[in-house]
Design a protein. Sequence first.
Length: 623
Amino acid sequence: MQILDLLFGKPLANSEERGEQVGPSAGLPIFGLDALSSAAYGPEAALTLLIPLGLAGVHLIVPISTAIIILLVIVYFSYRQTIEAYPHGGGSYTVATENLGDGAGLLAASALMIDYILTAAVGISAGVGALVSAVPALQSHLLGLCLLILLILTLVNMRGVRDTGVAFLIPTYLFLGTLLIVIGWGLVRVVTGGGHPVPVVAPPHLPPATEMIGLWLLLKVFASGCTAMTGVEAVSNGVMAFRQPTTKNAKFTLTIIIALLIVLLAGIALLCRFYGIGATDPSGAGYQSVLSQLIGAVMGRGWFYYLTIASILLVLSLSANTAFADFPRLTKAIAFHDYLPHVFTLRGRRLLHSHGIYALVFFTAVLLILFGGVTDRLIPLYAIGAFLAFTLSQAGMVVHWRKNKGPGSTVRMVVNGIGAVATGSTLLVVLVAKFVAGAWVTALLVPLLIFTMTRVRRHYERVNRETANAQPLRVENIKPPVVIIPLDRWSRITEKGLRFALSMSPEIIAVHVDTEDNSMSICDDWDHMIAGPLKAANLPVPQLVNLKSPYRFILAPVVDFVLNKELELENRQIAVLVPELVVKHWWENLLHNQRANVLKLLLLLKGNQRILVINIPWYLQRP
C-alpha cells in the first residue's frame, strides 16, 4: 500500500472531489496541451507535402495557415456556446446524442475515441521526433523512448487531475514562453532586416521544384495542416473539472488556448516564409524538424536553442495528457448509456475513471508499436475523428437552439450552423485528401466501433430483460438444496466442507473419482472417520458415490454427475460445495493443482439457474 501511495498518491474520499477541481492556470496544461502543441507538428505536416514545390511551397504556408486560423476562430465561437449550453460537460457525444439521436451520438463517440487515442500517439511520437531532431544519435531508440514517455504519462495521470495540472504547469509555460520569444524576436529581425532577415544558423537548402502547384496538392496540404486544430473540443468535454464558476472558467480557458494557438500558427507560418524554412524528409538522413530549423535561424544553436527544444519535447510528449483527461470522461459517458462495459463508470483511488486510462494506454501503445513511433505515419489517420466530432457537435447545437428558443437563440443557431458547415466541408476535404494515405483505416474503424458498442448495448438490454422481476418474493416450495461435495481424501479441508454441508441440508452426496492411481482415497476412511461419528450422533450419513475414471480424468466425471443429477431432480436446487486450499503467497499457488478453480469455472459455464457453486476455503496459516 505504501508503494501505491508513493506512485499514485493516497486515496481520495468523495468529499475531496472539490479540491481536485482546477482553474484556468492549471486547466491550460490539462486541456490545452494537445491544441497548443499541435502548432509544432501541424505546420510541419503541411510543409512536408509542399517539399516538391521547393521555395514556392514555403510561400504558400502563410495563406494556408490563414485559412486554418479562420476555421479555428469559427470553431472557437461555436464551442463557447456549447460550454454555455452544457455546463455539465458538452462533448460531441453528449450534444449529438441529446439533439440528433443515438445513431449520431455513437458516430461522435467512435470518432472521438479514435481521435483521443491518436492524440496520445501523435503527441508522444512528435515529442520524441523533436528530441531525435536535436540528438540524431537517438534515432534507433525512437520506439523505446515513445513507450517510456507513455509509461511516465500514465503514472503522472493516475495521481489525479490536480496533481497532473501542477506537474505539467512548468513545462507548458516554458514552452509558451520560449516559443513566443522566438516568434517575437524573429519578427523583430524581419522588420529590421527589411523583410529579408539573415539566419543565425542557415536552414537546409530547399530542393528545386519537381511539381507544379495544383488544387489537389493544396487540398492535401490544407488537410494536413488542419491537424493543428485537434484538441479544441477538450475544454467543452471537461467543464466539470473546473472550479466555480465552472462555465466562466471553462470559457476563459478556451479563449486563452485559442488565442495562443492563433499566435503560434501565424508566427510560425510568417517566420518560415521570411526565413525560407521548409520541411525535410523525416525518413532521410539529416532530418530536422521545422521548429528546430526556425529556432536555429532566429536564435542560433546556443543554450536557448536547447532549452526551447527541450520544452517542445516535453510539451509534445505531455500533449497526450489531453487524451488522458478527456478519454476516461468520454468512455464513462458512453458506458452510462450502456454502450461500453460498466467498469468504465467506476472511479478509482484518486477519483479518476481509471479503466478509461488503462484502455487509452493499451491502444496508444499498440498504435506506437504498429507505426514504429513515426509521427508522419500516424498523421494521415489524424484529424478525421476530430472534424467528424466537430461537425456533429455543431449540428447538434443548431438543433439545441431550435428546441430551446430564447433571447439570442437565433444568432447562436447561425453561429453553430456556420461552424457545422465549415467543419463538415473540411471533414470531406480531409477524408478525400488523406483517404489513400491512411484515412481509410479511420473510416473503417468508425463503423466497427459503432457495431461493437451496439452489441454491448444489446447485451445489457438482454441482461436487464431477463433479470427484471416485478413480482414479490415467492415463498412456496422452499426446500434445502441437494448438496454435492467432491472429495479426494480425508483432511481438515474435507472436514470443513462436510460440516458446512451438514448444516445446509440432510441430503448430501459425496463424490469421489477413482483413477486407480490414488494412493489415498476418502473411501478407505469413510466408515471410520465419517459414517461412524455421524451414526453415533444420530445425524444423516451422506451418500458416497465412487466414480470410476479409467482415463484418469478428474473434473469431467464430476461435472457430468452434477449435470445429470440436476436433470434427474427437476424441481430441486443443487448446491455444489468446492473445498479448496488458500495459500498466503501467490507463488505457493504454483505448488498446488488448480482443480478447484477449473471445476468452479466449468460448473459456471455449463450450469444453469438451479445449480449453485459455493467455495469452502481452507486458509493455510503462516508458519
